[in-house]
Design a protein around this ligand. Sequence first.
Ligand code: ADP
Ligand code: MG
Length: 283
Amino acid sequence: MFSPPTGRGRGWVYISAILPSAIFPGLCYTPCVRAARVGTDPPQPLPAGGECGSMGLRVAAAETNYSSGGVDQMEMNSATVVKCLELIADAIHEQRQYLTDLDAAIGDGDHGINMDRGFSTVRARLESSSEKNIGAVLKLVGSTLVSTVGGASGPLYGTAFLRAGTALEGKESLTLDDVCAAMDAAVGGVMQRGKASTNEKTMLDALVPAQLALHKAMAGGASIALALSRAADAAEAGVKATIPMLATKGRASYLGERSIGHPDPGATSTALMLRTVANALAT
Ligand SMILES: Nc1ncnc2c1ncn2[C@@H]1O[C@H](COP(=O)(O)OP(=O)(O)O)[C@@H](O)[C@H]1O
Ligand SMILES: [Mg+2]
């Protein structure tokens, strides 16, 4: 079972996921207590997100003393990457029921359970690893997801992390250029493995907009934190855009027209992961 981390330097961020209308349980995460962050300064309180809906998402904040993975810096070290992965595991665990409910509407109701099983194993394996090579860390994540998640999303997310790991082989610190290269490799892997593209109501409808947002941010000279924030925004917009889509790939495609009117679970888990990382890096 998940239990909140304790000890010096730990904080919490409470993020509300909005239910903006009666028909769409789309995601909007508003930090209401304290930003989850990875940086050198003490966490700053953020405005309460009182407008948000009933579903609370709680993400463990990162340790605050990262020497070179800092918030406004142009590089991200391996400790920061590992911390982000642990925070993703926490977020997936917190949201497992929501992801499963989304999958129950247009699939077989296992997405949250699948992802939680995979990322809790990732978390356990990272805890016993002192690996500094970010490529190797991401490959460990990928192989773990392939072997533990199951369903369609296991091989797809597994391939994404394996390809990202290959793109970052040997690196102990990442620039935004590296992050873009890893995202390009991940998206290419998902497309190839799933034989899918955008507008098919899959995780690609969150991943591809996020990829484009990362590149745009890089072209504009953004920090890694800002770029990830823009990527998370784009992924969340991508989730909303899946609602009116007809699923043409995966289990949801079996429903035909009845797949219309629901957000895609895989796109939602993609947006959740990116928002978690963006919050972890945010100032
Ligand atoms: N061919 C595909 N390409 C990309 N993503 C896919 C594909 N098929 C399914 N998905 C993603 O996987 C998600 C479902 O994951 P999950 O429920 O874990 O697997 P399953 O559908 O096998 O039960 C979908 O919401 C969708 O985002
Ligand atoms: Mg499923």
